[in-house]
Design a protein around this ligand. Sequence first.
Ligand code: SF4
Length: 418
Amino acid sequence: MPDPSVSYLLEKAAAGERLYFEEGLTIYRQAGLLELGMAARAARQLRVPGNIVTYLVDRNINYTNVCVTNCQFCGFYRSPHHPEAYVTSREELSQKIEELIAWGGTRILLQGGHHPDLPLTWYTDLLRWLRETYPTIERDCFSPSEIANMAKLSGLSVREVLNELQDAGLQGLPGSGAEILDDEIRHRFSPKKLKTDSWLSVMREAQTLGLNTSATMVIGFDEQFEHRMRHLQRIRDLQDYSLREHGNGFIAFISWTLQYSELVNLRQNTFKNRYGLTPHDYLRHAAVARLFLDNVLHHQVSWVTQGPKVGQVALEFGLDDFGSTMLEENVVAAATHGTRPCMLEEEIHELIRNAGYVPAKRDTSYGIVRIFDADEMEMEDEVENHEDRSLATAVAGVSTLPAGRGTPGHEPVSAHLP
Ligand code: SF4
């Protein structure tokens, strides 16, 4: 029998050995935050060595807010005849993509609600138009639950729907809609949404076809550690299968804590008083995920939900990617008259450098486009901030931060983040 102590398990995972389910559960329950962080950072160095932290310039476009699935945590959707219901026009899409191009962006994430009336040809026509009009912009579109909705409405199989979309120009699927991949929990907050096996099945088909995919996870539904570990186990199992069978699996893992506001329909939900988590929970989870998901190379910070400061600290917990600038139309800088990114590239550079890492712009496939090394640094307080790099200092700072909603002026929609 191996030594079952927590320190043994952390050393084992940090050295690149696989943890069994019960071992993952043990470190989740018992390991200290700092010890988890150190082990996760070592695991990152094994798989993504070096000091580079990547980011992407992209835009998340929610093409419709019409949805008939009514997830209880979602403040985004509107019923089909609601006065605020919309479907984004080609003109609006053009404007958004041209803004993205002006900001140096390379990808759109196109996601929306479960519209009950849009035929499959609406989606394929849209993809063809995007490919012809903006050939340099990568197209990661439609989460597994949207794909399942298209299959249901069209009467086609998921594979047939994906084939048609891919022929029309689809390059990848966002990983959203996973929340917690455990039906006991899913039934509480979104009983009408696709179940665990269906989410995994859509991703399996997409990976078989060579599409880009990422895995996401939302914690904070009053789930237990066992539920979280089952989610991680299911992602790891699918990744093992997909890498073995066709060498194409999840390119990254991203988790965040449940985001909701008073707009969200939680009034009837028995569990609402137990929803929500802290940055401490987020960091613990991010570290456990890095250690347990030994076959997913890249782990992405969710600064949009946790705030830039927690995002910086997360880099000390095994994460190697700072996500994206998240170009959003509602965040307007005083100095500009149009749309600007939710975070400028220069701001991301500064956050990454102040955390002691080197920023690098990447593409969707995590290929490095440009490294912004020390020669190009323009910050005045680099040295001062480097003195503040210790994990203990960073974590102490986190304890004073509010949970989630870290970006002023930005109202996150948890189901539609990357
Ligand atoms: S999370 Fe997505 S599927 Fe659920 S209600 Fe909101 S838009 Fe619809």
